[in-house]
Design a protein around this ligand. Sequence first.
Ligand SMILES: [Zn+2]
Length: 630
Amino acid sequence: MSKGSGKTSKDCAVDAFRGGLALDLALSYTDWADECFYLPRESSSEYGRYRSARTPFVREILDDLSPMSPAETVVLIKPTQTAGTTIGLIFLCGMIDMYPGPALMIMPTDSMARSFSKKKLAPTIKAVPRLRSKVKEQKSRAGGNTILQKDFPGGSLALTGSNSGASYRSESIKYLVLDDFDGFELDIDGEGSPEELADRRTGTFPGRKIYINSTTTTKDASNIERAFDHSSQGYFHVPCPHCGGLQYLTWGGKDTDFGIKFERNEAGEVVDCWYQCEHCHQRIDEHHKTAMCAAGVYVHRYPERVKTRGFRYNALVSPAGWVNSWAYIAKKFLEAAAELKKGNPQKYQVWMNSFMSEPFEQVGDRPEWATIKARAEPYQALTVPAGAMILAAGVDVQHNRLAVSVWAYGRKEESWLIYHIEIHGDPMHDDVWQQLDLLISGTFPGGGVQHHISSVGVDAGDGATTQAVRNYCRTRAPKVFALKGSSTPGRPVVGAPTKQDLTWNGEKIEDGVEMWPIGTDTAKVTIYTRMKINDPGPGRIHTYVGLDDEYYKQLTAEKLVTRFVKGYPVREWHNVRGSKRNEALDCAVYAYAAAIRAGLPYLDLKSELKPPPVVRRPAKNHAPARRKRW
Ligand SMILES: [Zn+2]
């Protein structure tokens, strides 16, 4: 970019600062930060005086956020823990000091905005001497307004969450920060995408600046990838210390002649790690990194896009001394790749997103139902196969029936379906719930002992039956819990529960039932990935002989598709059977969530074999009446 401020004017401005004079010459945010910015001890591992030389990949981003750049929108795809937040803080603090105006910062949720304001922004303002007298601490406005506000001479900064749509509609603003953009609600209160709303809000302001940043998530549904696609698409390139060839440092891979290479000892630990130049193929050691990055530049794919600038860097250019050394990233890669092999894609996705700044390509192909059926094994329904340690049930609630699956889980998340049933009847009446009680309070033989179901997740997502589900779960907690599916990609399979409960009359019940959010997209990707595993062991999904075709058709009923809403891609799971049933898949998702809630992730941590939770008493008849057995 063209900085606009020549060396002389910058020097003059710096002198003006040093002399304590009012600012009358333009200074870029990079130059301002080197002179005036401090990172607070409370929130930074590297606190104290800011030095832009430490993170050279930040400079051009700050320069384009400065008034002398023609850029209006700056899009950044970043790894986690590497300068992303600092850029936003410098932009906001420098703005308050030099170019004040009305500003708005939006984060995914109100609570994140609150936490950022308290833990990052406030300590930073205190740590920057030039701001101390300009920004006064201010409490939230009265009247239930949740927006946080900082006032200063010449402007104000409001902070809010993308989940509070009303805040977008207030007065127009000059500076906008969309932080952690992939966590945003896509369509706010039916008013369109956050970008459209933001565009309307800043539209009339000359010299407006919009800073959008995030780590990326999944390819089809990433907000930040979409914004980056429309930008100049700059990648931070560094020169090879041997041949001088510029390149964007990237992972490469086992079969590439460039990228991160490493050697391991017999224990599998990374003992040597280096980068292979993509031009001369010579070995580049990590001690070269500081000098390489100091000479780094962004190479823009569409340099003519001067209004919308895009930047991308990954953790391979982290400053020396930070935790993200090449060897550390290689170690994390090996851990994530091992999990992926076992059918657990989440860790690999996190590694791709947080270290490589690359999106994760979802594995959503529909498994063939007949293939899964042909693999069924000759163990008995209602019995617990060897290796299984946790029993969990998932209940899907329909208007005229409950669909229930009981799954058994063992180490490395190997799983066995041990029963699937439909209980017919109206969920508004007690009858179906009594039959469910019979099933989930029963015992299941296996290995000479009787096993109990330890966790039951019941779908409370259908408005018509929500209250009936809550009533059922309230008296059976904590073993039985109400859940609600969230189809947003990247959500954990089991989220943090919220207390929400009302009586039939709509009055709030103290100590009411908890509602557990379930990341259905994440769970379905995991289950579909695992259905392709053929060998017994980690992640393998087993079914028993005797289930009919309908069960398998339901289990494989959904397909991951990308749909366009107002021109934006939205990832969705579609029932390929049209209006036909798909409950078996939902039951598998809910049972998996129930098992996680019951401690499934901890099974593998207990390396000393502990006997499975058993109750030594004879089996009673646990099969409910009026059942339809698969
Ligand atoms: Zn080279």
